[in-house]
Design a protein. Sequence first.
Length: 326
Amino acid sequence: MFDEIVDIIRKHSEVYIFTHNSMDGDTLGSALALSFALEKAGKPAFVVVEEKIPRNLGILPSSNFLRDISSFKGDFEASGKLAVVLDVADPIMLGKRTSFFKKFGLSINIDHHPTNKRFCGVNFVEPEFAATSEMVYYVVKELGVDLDKQIAECLYAGICTDTGGFRYKNTTSRTHIIAADLLKHDLDVDYMHFSFFEANTSSKIKISGYVSYAMNFYYEGKLAIAVIPFEVFQKYRASDEDTDGLVNIGRSVIGVEISILAREIRKGYFKVNFRSTRGADVSAVAAGFGGGGHKAAAGCTLSLEEKDVEAALVKSVEKIFSLSGM
C-alpha cells in the first residue's frame, strides 16, 4: 500500500496531517517526519493540533509545520487537499478537530493499532508494525526522499517511544533494521533517551511516590491498580503529563500480570492505562469501556465517581484471570 498512498499524496495540492489527542512520540514523530519529507518533495504540509507539544517531545524539530486548529477560522476550502491521520485508531481521538477533518473529501489513515475503526476513505492498518513511525519510514522511502537528520530524529522518536526504548514485545528485527538506518544520521540518542524516558519534574517525582503508596493488589498479587484523585494533582501541582509511564510502576512488581493506572484529570473524569506482562489482552478490556489499543498496552476513559473506579476496574479483568488460570 505504500505506493498507493504516495500516488494519492502526489495528486493533492496540500497535505493536512492529524495526530491523536494526548500526543505521544509515535503520533507526533510520524507526523513531523512525514511533513519534513513532503517539504523536501515540494508538497506543502501542515500538522493540525489542538494542544501543546508534550514536554518530553519538545526536543523534536517542529515549529515550521504545526498549526493550531484555532488558526483555521472562517471558510476553509478543502478541495484538492488531503487529510492524513497518523496513529489514530478512533475519530474520537481527534477531539475539537473532528469537524475540520470532515471537510476533506479524501482522507488516509496510517496506523498500527488492531482496534482501529477504519474511519477514513483509505485505511492502511497493519498491527504487525511496532509503531506508525515504522510505516511512515516506508512512505518516506516510497516518496523518493533521502533521509536527513530531521526526518531521522522524528522517526526514531516514534519508534523508540512506542517500543519502550526497544524493550517491549512489539520490537522486531525490522524495528532494529529501520533504527540502524536512522542512526546513520548522527542522532544524539543519549540525549533523546534521557528526554523521552528519564527527565522528570519535581511534581512527577512526588506523584510517582503517591502511586506507589496508593497501589493495591488483587487476584493473589497478579493485578496492580492505582487511582490518582484530582485533589492529588492539585496538591502536587502536577499535570496529566506528569503521569506518563507511571502505569509501569505496577507492571514492574514481581508477580503482577496486569497493571492499571487511573487518574482523575477533572472531577468525575478518569483516564485509564492498562499494561499486561504475560499475554493478557488488555485492549479487549479497554474496548469494554469504549477505549482500545494493543494487546499488552491500552487505554480508555471513565466517567465515574472516584469511590467506584477501582471496583469497576477490578471487575473488568475478572474474566481474564478466571479463563486463563493466571
